[in-house]
Design a protein around this ligand. Structure first.
Ligand SMILES: O=P(O)(O)OC[C@H]1O[C@](O)(COP(=O)(O)O)[C@@H](O)[C@@H]1O
Ligand SMILES: [Mg+2]
Ligand SMILES: [Mg+2]
Length: 330
C-alpha cells in the first residue's frame, strides 16, 4: 500500500506543500494517539475557559490546538496559522509560503461520550503583499492549495485534496504510517439520506422547513420516496459519511441567536469541506452562494452550509430560491 508522501511526489506537488502536509500528518498522529488513550491521557472533560466564540473549551480542544500550533510553527514553509481556538493569527516564518487555518477538534460535544471527532484544515498561499496580519487569510476558498480532515474514529483516517480529487489514507497503527486506502472518492448525485439538527426546525426559515418537511413525508409527499436521517453532531463525521455514500448535510441559517445566525465557520469548516465535496463531484452552498466563492471578511466568520449529493443540494436550493426575505419571519 502506498504511503502519503510518495503519492504527493508522484503528483508533483511542490516540496514546500509536501512539507506542510507532512507536518499535518505528524500532528494527526499525535492527536490520534491521545484521542484513543481517552481518559488514560486525561483528555476528557471541560476546562473552566471559553474560547473566543464564547464556547466552553474541552481539554482536548486545548490540547489539540496546542499540538497543532507547536508542530506546525516549526515548519519553515508556514507563514502563520489561524485556529478556531485562537482569537488572532499566530505567526510562523517570515518567508513561509503557506498559511494554515484549522479547527483543531471538531465535534467537541462528542469527546466525553467516546464518539467521533476530527481535525479540519485548510492550506492557503501566503499573498505576495504579506502583511503579517489576519487579512492574509481573507482569501476565498477557491484559493486553497490543500484541504482536508482527520477523523479519529475506530480507525484514524486522513482525507484530503490538493485539487486532484479526494484521497483517503488510513493510519496503520502497527507502522505508524498513513496508507492510501481510497483514491478518487465520488459522491453519488442522488441520495435518500440527510443530516440536519432537527431540534432547530422551528428556528429555520420557512423554505428550509418546507424542504425538510417534504423529505419527512416520504412516499406520501411530493418527493415520492422515503428519506433516512443521520446526525453525528460532528461535521467532520457527517461529511465523511457523505463522501463515503452520499447524502445531504445542512447547518442552515436559524433564528436562535440573532447575532449568530449560522453555526459553522467559513475558514476552517465551510471552505475545506466545500472543496473536498466539490472535488468528489458534489455541491457545497451557503444557501445564498457557492461557499468557495465567498470573500471572507473575518477569520472566524460563520456561514450557512448545505452540501453533498449534487442533485439533492440543487433540490434544496430550489426551495430556498427567492426566499431570503422570509428569514426574519420565522
Ligand atoms: O450542537 P449541534 O447543533 O448538534 O452542532 C453540531 C455541529 O457543531 C460542531 O460540533 C461545531 O464544531 P466544534 O466542535 O469545532 O465547535 C460541528 O462539527 C457540528 O456539525
Ligand atoms: Mg468544528
Ligand atoms: Mg472545534
Amino acid at each position: 500500500m502506498q504511503r502519503l508522501i510518495p503519492t504527493l511526489r508522484r503528483d508533483q506537488v511542490d516540496e514546500a506543500l509536501i512539507s506542510v502536509i507532512n507536518t499535518l500528518q505528524i500532528c494527526a498522529k499525535e492527536i490520534s494517539f491521545r484521542v484513543h488513550q481517552g481518559e488514560l491521557a486525561g483528555v476528557l472533560g471541560s476546562t473552566l475557559d471559553e474560547n473566543i466564540q464564547g464556547e466552553t473549551q474541552k481539554h482536548l480542544d486545548v490540547l489539540a490546538n496546542q499540538l497543532l500550533k507547536d508542530i506546525l510553527l516549526e515548519c519553515k514553509h508556514i507563514r502563520a496559522v489561524a485556529s478556531e481556538e485562537e482569537e488572532g493569527i499566530v505567526s510562523g516564518f517570515e518567508d513561509g509560503k503557506y498559511l494554515v487555518a484549522f479547527d483543531p477538534l471538531d465535534g467537541s460535544s462528542n469527546i466525553d461520550i467516546n464518539s467521533l471527532v476530527g481535525t479540519i484544515f485548510s492550506v492557503l498561499p501566503t499573498p505576495e503583499s504579506n502583511s503579517g496580519k489576519p487579512d492574509m487569510f481573507l482569501q476565498p476558498g477557491t484559493q486553497q492549495t490543500a484541504a482536508g480532515y482527520v477523523l479519529y474514529g475506530p480507525s484514524t483516517m486522513l482525507v484530503f485534496t490538493t485539487g486532484r480529487g479526494v484521497r483517503v489514507f488510513t493510519l496503520d497503527q502497527k507502522v505508524g504510517e498513513f496508507l492510501l486506502t481510497d483514491t478518487d472518492v465520488q459522491i453519488p448525485r442522488q441520495t435518500s439520506e440527510f443530516a440536519i439538527n432537527m431540534s432547530n426546525h422551528r428556528h429555520w426559515q420557512p423554505a428550509m422547513r418546507d424542504y425538510i418537511d417534504d423529505l419527512l413525508l416520504g412516499t406520501e409527499g411530493p418527493r415520492g420516496r422515503n428519506f433516512n436521517m443521520r446526525w453525528i453532531a460532528a461535521m467532520v463525521a457527517d461529511v465523511h459519511r457523505v463522501l463515503c455514500r452520499g447524502g445531504l448535510f445542512a447547518y442552515p441559517w436559524d433564528a436562535r441567536k440573532p447575532n449568530k445566525p449560522y453555526k459553522l465557520r467559513l475558514m476552517y469548516e465551510g471552505n475545506p469541506m466545500a472543496w473536498l465535496v466539490e472535488q468528489a463531484g458534489g455541491m457545497a452552498h451557503s444557501g445564498e452562494q457557492r461557499i468557495l466563492d465567498i470573500e471572507p471578511t473575518d477569520i472566524h466568520q460563520r456561514v450557512g452550509v448545505i452540501l453533498g449529493s449534487a442533485d439533492e443540494v440543487s433540490t434544496c436550493l430550489g426551495y430556498l430560491e427567492g426566499s431570503q426575505s422570509t428569514k426574519r419571519n420565522v
